[in-house]
Design a binder for this molecule. Structure first.
Ligand SMILES: [Zn+2]
Length: 419
């Protein structure tokens, strides 16, 4: 079963008691779960997957359609016929509500609003100052979301939930941003509380690279891959792991801090307190630093990508070395975790084969897994905050049936926007 995000139990779980009402309710939730995960579906397929009788499914779906939550869509010629018939499929109604995703990186914020079938309603983005504090970032994200909703012809009342990606280690149990890097703008802040206060809708906080991982697995190069390692190569280097299609977060959301894995214990000191972290060799600041002599003090990664496009040897060599360093580390990661596929995204990866080939060669040479059982491919979504925002919508949607607040908004229809 498709399950990109583990459902949290506990306080947000919808209780399922023994009464007939509760049973109907839990069956309705099962139906919504299936459509949220797999997309439009015939009643027969819902019945089969949910292991509920056709009669019960007919009753439940009739109720969900009358409430405006589900709608019948005409069978599309590109979809497979189920049980030999081409009946109407059930999907979330475009008016059932929206979800939003917001992702922040150091200098940019992206927002995406979709309906519950994942169809984009609106998207916006804005630059942000690299030195802006968390309050400025929170307010900018709030304004940008409002602009996206207005663009889509709606208000915050149309939102059922928002998935938000931030740099740092996000503890899923309390929404607080932790991490070894005390200079990160959200360090120590309860992002769930602060963003929830500003937006007035249910919010779910996740590391931005982990959201990119979810998006890549759902819509990009990680589709149908069960054990995936996603790597973002930009100013930082970070990873996301999907084991059995489920995002792995670790005990307090710290899994994936790939950039601060040391590859040289006697190497240069890193701001995290370790020595020889791979980010010091393959992160964008390290790449730019090595190119200032030939490309000038103010060289940017965009300049480097342009230089690679015109076969600039200095730029090619530095990027190839960064790829080699990262590839050696990824080979070790493969020996530890045995993914089927590594997807590489982030701005540096846009250099293409110059950086991906050395990663591929080193993984192939040093990983013990046979090359036939492991490949290294470029991200299909680019791996920036746009992808993170898309992942945010997927995160919010995955919480639809486990969040009391989201279910209430879904069943009670759009609510008036909070002041
Ligand atoms: Zn470090």
């Amino acid at each position: 079963m498709e399950c990109l995000v583990a459902h949290n139990g506990g306080v947000n779980s919808v209780s399922t008691g023994g009464s007939l009402h509760d049973l109907r309710h839990s069956n309705a939730i099962r139906v919504l779960d299936l459509i949220a995960e797999h997309g439009p579906m015939h009643r027969a397929e819902i019945a089969r997957r949910a292991k509920i009788s056709r009669t019960t499914i007919t009753t439940i779906t009739r109720d969900l359609v009358s409430r405006g939550i589900l709608t019948e869509i005409t069978h599309r010629p590109d979809s497979q016929e189920i049980d030999g018939r081409a009946g109407d499929q059930l999907a979330f109604s475009p008016d059932a509500g929206w979800v939003a995703g917001i992702s922040q990186v150091l200098d940019r914020i992206c927002v995406r609003v979709t309906d519950l079938m994942g169809e984009e309603v609106a998207a916006t983005e804005a630059p942000i100052g690299a030195k802006d504090d968390w309050r400025t970032r929170a307010d900018a994200a709030t304004e940008l979301l409002a602009a996206a909703l207005e663009k889509g012809g709606g208000t915050r009342g149309d939102l059922l939930g928002v998935g938000i990606g931030l740099p740092g280690q996000i503890n899923p149990s309390d929404g607080i941003v932790h991490g070894a890097l005390a200079d990160q703008p959200w360090h120590g802040i309860n992002a769930r509380k602060e963003m929830g206060k500003r937006l007035g809708v249910p919010v779910f906080i996740e590391n931005n690279v982990r959201l990119e991982t979810i998006a890549e697995a759902k819509w990009g190069a990680g589709r149908r891959i069960h054990n995936l390692m996603y790597v973002n190569m930009s100013s930082g280097i970070a990873a996301g792991f999907l084991f059995g299609r489920e995002l792995y977060r670790g005990a307090v959301g710290g899994a994936g801090e790939l950039g601060h894995v040391s590859i040289d214990i006697n190497g240069p000191a890193c701001r995290c307190g370790n020595r020889g972290c791979v980010v010091l060799f393959a992160g964008a600041p390290a790449i730019l630093n090595r190119l200032t002599a030939t490309m000038g003090e103010s060289v940017t990664m965009t300049d480097v990508l342009n230089a690679v496009a015109t076969r600039n040897r200095a730029a090619e060599n530095v990027l190839a070395e960064a790829g080699t360093m990262l590839g050696r580390l990824l080979a070790s990661m493969c020996n530890l975790l045995n993914p089927e596929r590594i997807v590489v995204g982030g701005q540096t990866s846009l250099a293409g084969a110059i950086v991906l080939d050395p990663i591929r060669e080193n993984v192939s040479r040093y990983a013990l897994t046979p090359s036939s059982a492991l490949d290294v491919v470029a991200s299909e979504l680019g791996g920036g905050p746009e992808a993170g925002a898309a992942g945010g919508t997927a995160l919010a949607l995955s919480k639809l049936t486990t969040s009391h607040q989201m279910l209430e908004r879904l069943f009670n229809g759009p609510v008036s926007a909070p002041a």
